[in-house]
Design a protein around this ligand. Structure first.
Ligand code: FE
Length: 230
């Protein structure tokens, strides 16, 4: 079995949000699909370990926020690699409460879909939720949606272990300059030539010379979580 075949399937990159009582949570998912057009229904596959899974089961509601191609990695890191049990992901982002009472993100989002769960399918590690669409809209017609392939190839993103598409044998990036360091949590690559200017690290700063309190700009992991690339 050549699991590289799975990489030939196209996906997007979405933030799935839900609520439990007055708490919100959201996570990145790539497996969102329209099931029927009349009535409009959509499906999404969510890992049972994720807090969003519990929230969707509790409220029976979820929203899909479609990310744009220009979405910065820290935004993907916040929703894709941080746990809602540890951080309030909605504390510092713009969102609105949709018709279902579930938050719809507004930053880096080109469209959204709100749904109410009408069915679900237990798939061992994951559950597929089928939702009746109760509202949806386009927020930006000029930006293109982020695709999973673009996220991997251009943004150099990685799949968290709880993603449906995570492959244990996910190929490592081809060997490059040995001085690059890779975040073992999210796959962010620290390139000393580029530095991390957004966080005050000048281009040309070696990984070894980064301050001890520097953390991964995507997922917040500390320096000890980084491994030399190659
Ligand atoms: Fe990271």
């Amino acid at each position: 079995m050549n699991t590289a075949a799975f990489h030939k399937i196209s996906y997007g990159l979405y933030v799935i949000s839900s609520r439990k009582g007055d708490k919100f949570n959201g996570q990145i998912a790539n497996t969102v699909f329209q099931v029927t057009s009349e009535p409009p229904t959509i499906g999404v596959s969510i890992n049972k370990q994720n807090l969003t899974h519990d929230y969707i089961q509790d409220s029976g509601k979820f929203t899909v926020s479609v990310t744009s191609k220009s979405t910065p990695m820290p935004f993907i890191g916040l929703f894709g690699f941080k746990g809602g049990r540890d951080v309030d992901k909605f504390a510092d982002v713009n969102y609105k409460i949709g018709e279902t009472g579930v938050p719809v993100l507004l930053d880096n989002i080109i469209a959204y879909i709100e749904a109410e769960v009408i069915n679900s399918l237990d798939c061992s590690s994951h559950r597929i939720f089928i939702g009746k669409v109760v509202n949806c809209d386009v927020l930006d017609n000029n930006e293109e949606p982020m695709t999973y392939a673009y996220y991997h190839e251009v943004k150099r993103g990685k799949a968290p272990k709880t993603a449906p598409t995570y492959l244990k044998e996910e190929p490592k990036p081809t060997a490059e300059k040995s001085a690059n360091y890779v975040c073992s949590v999210c796959g962010y690559v620290y390139n000393p030539e580029k530095g991390d200017p957004e966080n005050g690290i000048k281009p040309g700063t070696k990984f070894e010379d980064l301050p001890d309190d520097w953390t991964c700009p995507v997922c917040g992991a500390d320096k000890s979580q980084f491994e030399k690339e190659g």
